[in-house]
Write a protein that binds this ligand. Structure first.
Ligand SMILES: *Cc1c(COP(=O)(O)O)cnc(C)c1O
Length: 356
């Protein structure tokens, strides 16, 4: 397949990198590629960022057959641009493809195309501390058809968005509501796919949480509503005594790349990170017996998100006295130091896009 490149003839102003928020600004170009049963994936192209023309009957709008990924490009102090574990994102994209009956993509080709797109957009990779270029690969079902089946045609696109430091007001613990009234995913469903359906399923409980002053929802398993799954767009970790515990991948939890990195890093420091079933009762008991030291989430957007408060039923607990715990702090620093090239990458996680 030959990648074609059509440059924009008008360019948007690049925003000041110290005044960025999340997901509001998009760069001048995007990557597009189409799928049809006759041609397979074809016509890969980098072209100006533009709206997608589609019929109102387009299947993705009616049946939600769509998947996405999220990763970031980082500018290092010496001006080079690098990606963090991008191969894992495209591997997971193909896993989501299989679960949503979408034809798989050539992972290496997409990564090479992404690197070319970032090279064209290099002036959009911000350089203020904690900022990055967020990358959103997406695949949507394109058949103009009403009726439930997998689509025959698809569009894959990648858009880029310069984003600010997640913790502009400092590394702040979040408040989380544990819900028993709603479920997001069940085993055998789509919880293991990165798909808009999981987010649609999360909105109602999210509104309930916001009304009570909580930032996010901690989901329990969809069968017994006892075991911990994950938080909104993050996986979750509990530090109990000197062990780190995270729910095992059971088919209804997303296999986070930050999650995997946390497990690998803490292991390399000699801290036991256990992947196992953990119930909300066990967490509450650990708190009341003084063993629960820290709770934190992991995900590409925030990297590590310390949890300062958990509400479950009529119980509200302050974790680490509402402060950031030492393990969350150490993981955040270690991960961001690797991502921004301040520390040597001994794990083989970094892929260079542009070397200075
Ligand atoms: C993307 C996502 C995560 C975090 O995955 P990372 O690869 O660490 O960014 C966790 N949970 C859900 C539901 C997600 O969509």
């Amino acid at each position: 397949m030959q990648l074609t490149i059509k440059k924009a003839d008008k360019f948007k102003p690049v925003p000041d990198s110290s005044a960025l928020s999340f997901g509001t600004i998009f760069t001048d170009h995007m990557f597009n590629m189409d799928y049809s049963p006759e041609k397979g994936w074809h016509n890969p192209r980098i072209e100006p960022y533009m709206p997608i023309m589609m019929e109102p009957s387009t299947m993705v709008l009616h049946y939600g057959q769509a998947i996405f990924e999220g990763l970031k490009a980082y500018r290092t102090d010496n001006g080079s641009i690098q990606l963090f574990r991008p191969k894992d994102n495209f591997k997971r994209l193909n896993h989501s493809c299989r679960l949503l009956c979408i034809p798989e993509v050539d992972e290496k080709f997409i990564l090479d195309s992404l690197k070319q797109l970032i090279a064209i957009e290099k002036k959009w990779v911000p350089d203020a501390p904690g900022t990055s270029l967020y990358i959103r690969p997406t695949i949507i079902a394109m058949d103009p058809f009403l009726g439930v089946r997998a689509s025959h045609t698809y569009r894959l696109f990648i858009i880029l968005s310069p984003v600010g430091a997640y913790y502009s007001a400092g590394f702040n613990p979040v408040k989380i509501l544990v819900t028993k009234d709603h479920v997001r995913a069940v085993r055998g469903g789509l919880g293991e796919a990165k798909t808009p359906a999981n987010y649609a399923a999360s909105l109602y409980a999210g509104e309930v949480a916001h009304k009570q002053g909580y930032t996010q929802v901690l989901w329990l398993d969809g069968v017994e509503q006892k075991y911990i799954e994950e938080v909104g767009s993050m996986n979750i970790f509990f530090v109990v005594n000197d062990e780190i515990i995270t729910p095992a991948l059971n088919g209804s939890i997303l296999s986070g790349i930050t999650r995997d990195s946390v497990i690998a890093l803490s292991g390399s420091w000699g801290i036991n990170a256990l992947e196992r079933r953990i119930s909300i009762d066990e967490v509450m008991d650990a708190h009341f017996s003084g063993k629960l030291k820290e709770v934190f989430g992991s995900g590409t957007a925030a990297v590590i998100s310390p949890v300062g408060e958990l509400k479950y039923g009529d119980k509200i607990i302050a974790v680490s006295d509402g402060q950031v715990g030492p393990i969350a702090n150490k993981l955040f620093k270690a991960l961001t130091d690797i991502q921004y090239g301040k520390e040597k990458d001994t794990m083989g996680w970094i892929e260079q896009v542009i070397t200075s």
